[in-house]
Design a protein around this ligand. Structure first.
Ligand SMILES: [Fe+2]
Ligand SMILES: [Fe+2]
Length: 475
């Protein structure tokens, strides 16, 4: 087990103290990061004492410690999973060779781009979520939001460490740029579209952490296979933190559904107007939020056919989800995969070289994983004896990337005309009225153990604390 050095300015398990130049460069980046946190981190949170977990080891058993922290004092650090002795490359053209401990010159530009793109999503989500604390439905939820936020901040550190250590001056410049872009800003936005969408309310936040943090999981899993060993080890440790983010999303949506179902049974109605008047979010509105977040998130996997994806795989930069568990040759030359395409006014399956379809392969793995959680949400509705079921929309619905970009498809997968799309879009995606309704329900609840009317309490507290624990202290 590698312990973490907490004695320096930057907690780490990478022997930072032995590389003075790198340590200095990161210590110079640190004040900029703290300024960014003060400007763009959670609104009005600087003085709060928050019951947070902090990574203290990379041992899967007991890697974190819980305690009250003021967030600007959070110990953001650099932690890599332990090195595997004699790790070798297990996919692509270099299969069987030793994993790289440094960046090969010919892959430098692509690796830098991969790391910067991943790194950019981390601060972006903090920016997207920065006003949510003001409308948290409970102290428990407020704490979970802040936990996600500080860990996304740490993920930024993880990527900046790689940039500084392995990419010299270019890497340091990228590190600066990561603090300069802003989610949703016109002239200097974040790199990926879903990370420029606002997260204006808690239903959006839960959908985001369920779907979009899960995109993070799949990207990180693919990078944890990388031949560039420091990237593989960094992303592996990030995944331990990511699990909680998806839990926040899945359990959050489940609690919203539970509360709505309670009111439906109490009032004996499924009329959205009556349910909204009673202060809960009706199930069709939840479905529309699901449609939106699902479709925006699956775009993050990129174009269905991509020569970059082929290059990243064949050169060993990025593997598939669970590459090691698959029973094929891990080279994939000559293999094919089905992607969807528009042909003569129909959606048809088209066979393409698998190497070019690896974005689609990862997207399909993500879809399988997302559907499982939606089934668990449906169990909540079923248990309440209500016949409604949530469903993930068709893969071609509301897409903006690849061959399906802009093709008008209903959530069930039927091609529709522009007129039909316009006539139905408010049934398929959150309308301005839906968003206004959800925003109107948000209001801060800060009494320990109390919850806003639109959401049920969780089954358990955090770290075996009771639900009514004082997760955030306002002093
Ligand atoms: Fe992250
Ligand atoms: Fe996350």
């Amino acid at each position: 087990m590698s312990g973490i050095d907490y004695s320096g300015k930057i907690p780490n398990n990478v022997n930072l103290g032995e590389d003075r130049a790198l340590q200095r460069a990161l210590e110079q980046w640190q004040p900029g990061f703290l300024d960014w946190w003060k400007d763009m981190g959670p609104d009005g949170s600087q003085g709060l004492d928050v019951y947070l977990r902090t990574a203290v080891s990379v041992d899967p058993q007991g890697w974190a410690q819980f305690g009250y922290v003021k967030m600007p004092d959070y110990r953001w650090g650099i932690f890599l999973s332990p090195a595997e002795a004699k790790r070798s490359i297990h996919f692509g053209d270099h299969k069987g060779e030793n994993a790289w401990q440094d960046v090969p010159g010919e892959h430098r530009a692509n690796l830098r781009r991969i790391i910067v793109t991943q790194g950019d999503t981390e601060p972006a989500s903090v920016e997207q979520q920065r006003h949510l604390g003001l409308t948290a439905p409970s102290l428990y939820d407020l704490r979970n939001l802040f936990q996600v936020n500080v860990e996304e901040g740490r993920h930024l550190w993880a990527m900046v460490y790689l940039l500084h250590k392995y990419f010299g001056r270019d890497g340091r410049e990228e590190g600066e740029a990561l603090l300069e872009r802003r989610s949703g800003q016109q002239d200097n936005p974040r790199i990926l579209r879903a990370f420029n969408e606002p997260t204006p309310d808690w239903l959006s936040f839960f959908m985001f952490t369920y779907f979009t943090d899960r995109d993070g999981k799949f990207q990180l899993c693919a990078l944890a296979e990388s031949s560039f060993d420091p990237l593989a080890r960094t992303t592996k440790f990030m995944l331990t933190e990511e699990a909680h983010h998806m839990f926040v999303g899945e359990s959050g949506v489940a609690r919203v559904i539970k509360r709505t179902c309670e009111l439906m049974n109490e009032l004996k109605t499924d009329d959205p107007v009556r349910l909204r008047a009673a202060g809960v979010i009706d199930l069709p509105t939840i479905q529309r939020y699901l449609n939106f977040h699902f479709s925006v998130t699956i775009d993050l996997f990129g174009a269905d056919e991509s020569s970059n994806a082929a290059t990243f795989y064949s050169s060993g930069l990025k593997g598939r989800f669970e590459e090691g568990k698959r029973n094929d040759d891990h080279v994939l030359k000559g293999q094919t995969y089905q992607v969807l395409a528009l042909h003569d006014g129909h959606l048809v399956e088209k066979e393409v070289p698998m190497l070019n379809a690896l974005n689609e392969v990862l997207r399909d793995d993500f879809i399988k994983d997302s559907v499982a959680g939606v089934d668990r949400w449906n169990k909540v509705i079923e248990k309440a004896g209500i016949p409604f079921r949530l469903k993930v929309p068709h893969k071609a619905f509301h897409r903006n990337i690849g061959a399906l970009a802009g093709v008008r498809v209903s959530p069930s997968g039927r091609l529709v005309s522009e007129d039909e799309w316009r006539a139905n879009v408010d049934q398929w995606l959150p309308s301005a009225a839906d968003r206004a309704l959800v925003v109107s329900l948000m209001g801060r609840v800060v009494e320990p153990g109390k919850f806003a009317n639109w959401i049920a309490p969780p089954v358990m507290g955090i770290n075996r604390q009771p639900v009514e624990f004082e997760y955030v202290r306002f002093n």
